[in-house]
Design a protein around this ligand. Structure first.
Ligand SMILES: [Zn+2]
Ligand SMILES: [Zn+2]
Length: 93
């Protein structure tokens, strides 16, 4: 990726590039928000049933499957229904 970070001029616009992840932002506020609130933060996944927190989504899913099977089955059905209806819609455009 060249290791460039800081400000960059693209077609007359000053673009700020995040040195951590390489994302570019055309507006300063969006860039600061990214630096302060988004980038480098570990995403925490919270179990919607018992509020236990997990750093990995797959582990949280296993937890839900094992400890709250009813919830897991219900969510899966909702998801399947949504996928089915999206599929139905895209075919009828
Ligand atoms: Zn970043
Ligand atoms: Zn739980």
């Amino acid at each position: 990726m060249g290791g460039f970070h800081g400000e960059l001029k693209i077609a007359g616009h000053t673009v700020s590039r995040c040195k951590n992840c390489g994302r570019t932002y055309k507006s300063k506020p969006a860039y600061s928000r990214h630096i302060n609130h988004e980038c480098g933060k570990v995403e925490i996944h919270t179990c919607p049933v018992c509020s236990r927190t997990y750093k990995r989504k797959d582990i949280m899913k296993t937890h839900i499957k094992d400890l709250h099977p009813d919830y897991y089955i219900r969510e899966r059905k909702l998801l399947e229904n949504r996928i089915l209806s999206e599929d139905f819609l895209s075919r009828n455009i």
